[in-house]
Design a protein around this ligand. Structure first.
Ligand code: NAD
Length: 417
């Protein structure tokens, strides 16, 4: 079996186990961290436009809630499985802990291809899914957010369905909402801005002080587009980007705003006039300084890792690199900014949104950005220090920091009864 096909939950456990091996944890705590607290699987029954009904399988999983309510996105994708959601929920536990925000880890999703649904079917499905999981979510329990193929409109439907059932508007039930419904300024691009902050810190510790660096971005959705746009505005050269339909290259540099206009018109980056189309499988191995996987998990695998030429990989996506690929990359001297640190800007501004929504007191965009930078920089240097002190890679360092903090929280709270 290639590692591309390796079960993402098995891979996540493999990583967690090796982090726990380096810490002096009891067998009981190790078992506790391997096991999600709550797994909910629901049949989401939807009235389709045809007049018939269809049923989609949905999940909401809370991996750990010792440090605060569960937090994590909702994904609509045909590849969604219980194991995938479990893995992403565990990753959320670590991510929230690495950046020190008071949330546990959760994740949700529906196994569906949303592109095959009409707008009305998508809304019906979202509302029914919300109703099915309504007792498991809430501002003090578990707070969903957007992920692959979900957006502020989907969050608005979730907030509305939840609020109608509770009898009053509940702003804190989801984050990533539209601004008109208590969304936070800066949330839309927070994942990418946080990712860019970690790239800037990496350049600093490596003593690189020029922005004239070439960047390749896989995925041109929320995370990928905003990474490309923010780096372009800072003077970096975005030479190639891709989406699920294809990939484009211009060694002199692309204008991400124009690429987005093209994608909005044609639904893909492919065919953009200012670049040449290339094979999507060639994108990751292009010569470049910084590679940003911003699509799905298991993209950088044993098969393509030896050919990767980037010196820095910034994981905007969750779990884009398999453990086997990582070993090869680290052996080749590649600096990997791991997902649980690199893309934590999204959940950090989600935390800001939750705080603002619960208090109904909203901050300026400047305040959001300053607070985000503080948290991302602090987290980066804490992880970097562990990496230097313990002579481990950045993912292991981030994991050690997070696992130790969660284990401490479990011990402090104790086991009921
Ligand atoms: P999105 O749905 O907005 O975009 C996903 C993009 O990936 C789309 O452009 C899609 O066409 C592309 N894609 C899908 N399969 C591909 C493939 N095989 N090759 C190339 N491109 C492909 O989703 P998003 O919110 O940008 O999420 C992307 C990644 O970032 C996911 O791993 C997600 O978990 C992670 N992430 C997102 C956030 C957030 O706030 N949105 C936060 C943290 C992590």
């Amino acid at each position: 079996m290639t590692d591309k096909k390796q079960n993402v939950w098995d891979m996540t456990l493999e990583r967690l186990n090796s982090m726990m091996d380096l810490l002096n944890l009891t067998p009981g705590i190790r078992k506790y961290l391997r096991q999600p607290r709550k797994i909910l699987e629901v049949a989401v029954t939807v009235k389709m436009d045809s007049g018939d009904i269809d049923i989609f399988t949905g999940y909401r999983i809370q991996h750990n809630t010792n440090r605060g309510p569960g937090k994590g996105g909702i994904r609509y994708h045909p590849g969604v499985t219980c194991d995938e959601i479990k893995a992403l929920a565990l990753l959320m536990t670590l991510k929230c802990t690495v950046v020190g925000i008071p949330f546990g880890g959760a994740k949700g999703g529906i196994a569906v291809d949303p592109k095959k649904l009409s707008a009305r079917e998508l809304e019906n499905m979202t509302r029914r899914y919300t109703f099915e999981i309504i007792n498991n979510i809430g501002p003090d329990k578990d707070i969903p957010a957007p992920d692959v193929n979900t957006n502020p409109q989907v969050m608005a439907w979730i907030m509305d369905t939840y609020s109608i059932n509770k009898g009053h508007a509940v702003l804190g039930v989801v984050t990533g909402k539209p601004l008109e419904l208590g969304g936070s300024l800066g949330r839309e691009y927070a994942t990418s801005l946080g990712c860019v902050y970690t790239i800037l810190s990496t350049l600093k510790v490596k003593g690189i002080d020029t922005p004239d660096l070439s960047v390749v971005v896989q995925g041109y959705g929320n995370a990928g587009y905003h990474c490309a746009r923010i780096l372009y505005d800072m003077g970096f050269r975005i030479i190639a980007v891709s989406d699920s339909q294809g990939a484009i290259l211009n060694k002199k540099g692309l204008d991400p705003y124009k690429v987005l206009d093209h994608k909005n018109k044609t639904r893909t980056v492919k065919g953009y006039s200012g670049a040449q189309d290339i094979l999507p499988e060639d994108l990751l191995t292009l010569p470049c300084d910084i590679l940003i996987p911003a699509a799905l998990e298991n993209q950088i695998v044993k098969g393509n890792a030896p050919d990767i030429k980037a010196k820095i990989i910034a994981e905007a996506a969750n779990a884009p690199t398999t453990p086997k690929a990582e070993k090869i990359l680290l052996g080749n001297g590649v600096f990997i900014i791991p997902d649980m640190l690199c893309n934590a800007g999204g959940v950090t501004v989600s935390y800001f949104e939750w705080v603002q929504g619960n208090l109904s007191y909203f901050w300026s965009e400047r305040e959001v950005k300053l607070k985000l930078r503080d948290i991302m920089d602090k987290a980066f240097y804490e992880v970097y220090k562990v990496a230097q002190d313990r002579k481990v890679d950045m993912r292991t360092a981030a994991g050690l920091l997070a696992v130790e903090r969660v284990a401490r929280a479990i011990k402090l709270r104790g086991i009921y009864p």
